[in-house]
Design a protein around this ligand. Structure first.
Ligand SMILES: Cc1cc2nc3c(=O)[nH]c(=O)nc-3n(C[C@H](O)[C@H](O)[C@H](O)COP(=O)(O)OP(=O)(O)OC[C@H]3O[C@@H](n4cnc5c(N)ncnc54)[C@H](O)[C@@H]3O)c2cc1C
Length: 483
């Protein structure tokens, strides 16, 4: 009897979480199948990459994950690395927004676009008096009844006014999605705001009510994680642990796929250029950005390939910079800042990494991480490495009053890495999934579909693994009964 064979394509967090869950399920159920993970490059982790150097922990890709979405923490617990998780340093739990070349504190209680505390909001120099009045009027505005999707830009303008979008909303979203709010889908990026409007008639009112409920809940349930989490030695801890737990013989590095085809005579997927570890698989899970998945299909799958290609991506870069603490005049008393596009700065955002998390830099040094590119920063992303680093340093010197050059820099580019969940994204994903289902044994996961954050990627990848496992067990039984 031949065992069902499963191929997971892509060794980013999605592919790793999918392969790991399959192996977990195999052990739990003593199921009989083979799992192979194929990764194009010579390393695992995809976007997640940490460089530990001279006592500094430099995050090139993601620097944290959300605790509110439990799947990152849950996986860490199952992997036995929960004790490595660190939270943010809450004494510095505030952020800044740049206005006219200066950093201003985001008013306390400000939730992405919505003020929830009156006094700090009224005294903030980030908005004009007129802008503040317009934002506060959100409380009284009637709700919109239509059920269709809308851009997050249109939602913020409709509920809070243009200034809220231009001065804060766009910048906060750019720090997460690197996108243009007038194209990004409200339903796919910030569904909570839509729900708050629907359920409470106003976002501000909804936030008040929910905060009250949460306060009551938290009284009963003891200590909690901070909102953003990381690992003591950086985000790559998660990748390294997954790589340890997945059997060595299941992982194939430098094994990029060039083509996949379904062979109707054998009912199996034939993979091209997937090393010598067998080329025929019963199940294939593509854990790749949609545009990369699109390229693998032959003309027989033109419809699916075209749908996958409709997804749009933005490119971003990070620049880690180390400065001597004594040479930075700004108190750095927060997690970092975001920069609205109207400031025309090369920066989208900057994290004060060694303030946000412990264990990121030796004493007397600060580690900053600038974020560049996205929908409004394509011209900066297009610069050569030297010029890009220079403009970032010049801007940081001016914003944070830094006197000297950094003692270390690390530029990391992520071309076409940020899937843009544009208006109608959910429908596009449903169409893609429906098309994929037309051919047996084909699965899609990764940051392009159900959520771009690490916990979302883990959740969806594990869900695909569970579906594949069920089907593999069923096909095993069928093959078994024939024998
Ligand atoms: C700069 C940056 C900062 C971010 N910050 C955060 C953050 O702080 N918190 C957070 O939650 N999220 C963050 N994100 C988002 C998050 O990191 C990503 O959404 C997530 O890591 C994507 O994982 P993935 O497995 O879907 O894709 P990827 O990480 O892109 O992995 C895909 C893998 O597939 C491989 N591959 C490609 N083609 C082939 C092929 N033909 N054959 C075989 N292998 C192939 C690639 O080499 C790659 O390893 C950030 C993203 C970026 C770019």
């Amino acid at each position: 009897m031949t065992k069902p064979k499963i191929a997971v394509i892509g060794g980013g967090i999605a592919g790793l979480a999918c392969a790991h869950r399959l192996i977990e399920l195999q052990k739990e159920n003593q199921s009989n199948f083979e799992v192979h993970l194929f990764e194009n490059s010579s390393r695992l982790g995809g976007t997640i990459a940490t460089e530990v150097k001279d006592g500094f922990v430099l995050e090139q890709g993601p620097d944290s994950f959300l605790s509110e979405k439990p799947w990152g923490v849950q996986l860490s617990k199952r992997l036995g690395i929960e004790s490595e998780i660190i939270g943010t340093r809450n004494e510095y739990r505030k952020s800044f927004v740049v206005r006219k070349g200066k950093l201003h504190e985001l008013p306390e209680g400000f939730y992405l676009i919505a003020p929830t505390r009156i006094r700090p909001f009224l005294s903030s120099p980030l908005f004009s008096l007129q802008g503040k009045m317009r934002m506060a009027a959100e409380f009284l505005l009637p709700k919109k009844n239509s059920t269709g999707d809308e851009s997050i830009g249109s939602f913020i303008r409709r509920r809070f006014g243009r200034e809220a979008l231009d001065r804060v909303g766009q910048a906060m979203l750019a720090g997460i999605y690197s996108g243009d709010p007038d194209r990004l889908s409200l339903g796919a990026t910030m569904p909570r705001f839509r729900e708050l409007e629907r359920n409470y008639g106003s976002v501000i009112r909804g936030l008040f009510v929910e905060a009250k409920k949460k306060k009551e809940l938290s009284k009963a349930s003891g200590p909690r994680y901070s909102l953003f989490l990381s690992f003591r030695n950086g985000m790559e801890t998660l990748v390294q642990k997954l790589a340890q737990v997945i059997p060595h013989e299941s992982i194939h590095l430098n094994s990029g796929l060039t083509k996949i085809d379904y062979d109707r005579s054998t009912n199996r997927w034939r993979l091209s250029a997937a090393s010598s570890h067998g080329k025929e698989f019963d199940f294939v899970c593509l854990a790749l950005p949609a545009f990369q998945a699109a390229r693998l299909f032959s003309s027989e799958y033109r419809d699916l390939s075209e749908k996958l290609s409709e997804m749009v991506y933005e490119s971003v870069a990070t620049v880690n910079l180390v400065f001597k603490r004594s040479e930075v005049q700004h108190p750095l008393n927060g997690f970092g800042f975001v920069v609205p596009a109207i400031e025309k700065s090369p920066l989208v955002a900057c994290s004060f990494s060694s303030v946000k998390f412990d264990h990121r830099a030796p004493k007397d040094f600060v580690l900053l991480r600038a974020f560049v590119g996205g929908a409004f920063g394509r011209n900066f992303f297009a610069m050569n490495d030297h010029d890009l680093i220079e403009v970032v340093i010049a801007e940081l010197k001016q914003l944070l009053q830094i006197q000297r050059e950094p003692t270390m820099t690390l530029l990391s580019r992520y071309a076409s890495s940020m899937a843009q969940y544009q208006v109608g994204h959910r429908e596009l994903v449903s169409e893609i999934k429906a098309k994929a289902k037309e051919t047996p044994g084909l699965f899609l996961t990764g940051s392009s579909y159900q959520g771009a954050g690490i916990p979302d990627c883990i959740f969806d990848a594990e869900k695909q693994a569970e579906e594949i496992h069920q089907l593999a067990c069923r096909s095993n039984q069928m093959v078994g009964s024939e024998w």
